[in-house]
Write a protein that binds this ligand. Sequence first.
Ligand code: FEO
Length: 396
Amino acid sequence: MNVRSITGRVKYCGVNDRSKTLFENLWQMPLGVSYNSYMVQGSAASALIDGCEVAHDNDYSARVLEALDGATPDFLVVNHVEPDHTGAVPMLHCLFPDMKIVGNAKTVDMLKGFYGLPDDCFRTVADGESLSLGDITLRFFLTPMVHWPETMVTYIPEEGVLFSGDAFGCFGALDGAVTDDAMDGIDRYFDEAYRYYGCIVAKYGRFVQNAIKKCSALDIKIICSTHGPVWRANVSRIVEQYSRMAAWEADKGVVIAYGSMYGHTAEMAEELAAKLAERGVRTIRLHDLSYAAKGSVLADVMRYGTLVVASPTYNGELFPPVAAFVSALVERGIENRIVGVMGSYTWGPMAAKKLAAAFEGTKVNLLAPAPVLKQNLIADAESEITALADAIVSAL
Ligand code: FEO
């Protein structure tokens, strides 16, 4: 009942997770997440593709058994070893001890390390290699660092189906339907793709571009990623969104992300937002970094082309939530963004300088001026906030 057909030979047997509060123990997921797994049936052999997290072994094993309908899978293809997709591998190995686990050399090494599986349960494949299931073929292409070194994709040329691993994935559990053409409101999954990419994949944009280039030679009709809907009606849209995110291309809009201890830096942020709105900027997103979900802020940074970061001076440094946010951006290699900074202080004006220094080594366009607020003398800082608003509008 919970197994759905994608094509005549490909079935969906993944599970939804609506109770995990932090993905990777780090990222909030207001809409949950799906761990997608697929059963491929050829005329001579069958293969499971991608697995599930260990916490869902019960649900997942029931779906696999339902998809198999009494048969035994010959292969389990592991496109990506991260435990959200392989926690269930030991369970599958116990259920089906003769099933060969298919991966590249790095996959096999990692699976042995994580789960202590024996050498003879693996079948190692190389880039471009094929595995026949009879009337259909699995072809494997290595796509390293999307998002780990071992990541690869699996393609069925006879059906035009690409099992893309984390690439083209998104947060958001699946509410009944699993293919995009069977659901309304698909935009929310594209929104969740910004969140997913910003949190999980953004550091690896160059490798995402390489993977997209490599896959562009394939005739892809359906994308089956490890998270989110199966893309059938929106293949080109999700590929385009991933291409844009990987290149740090953005829509027009301003994200203002700030920390504030007693409300004064927040007042600067509000003041700047009001001035931008007065000047006709229609897309403005404010985030208080002490409260906002980190993934929501990163999603907006991925989506919009202008960012302003504001911080109080705290122990002579940046306010810790702001420091963590800026560190996350630098770690992800932020580029192609217009960036403004603002700082506040009581006796040592360090925050704006520290923010400017943090962005110095990145490929962003740092705007001037950098408004500085002393204590609560907002009127003294207002001309600089106005000048920053003017600079942003000119740069948009
Ligand atoms: Fe969904 Fe990188 O694991």
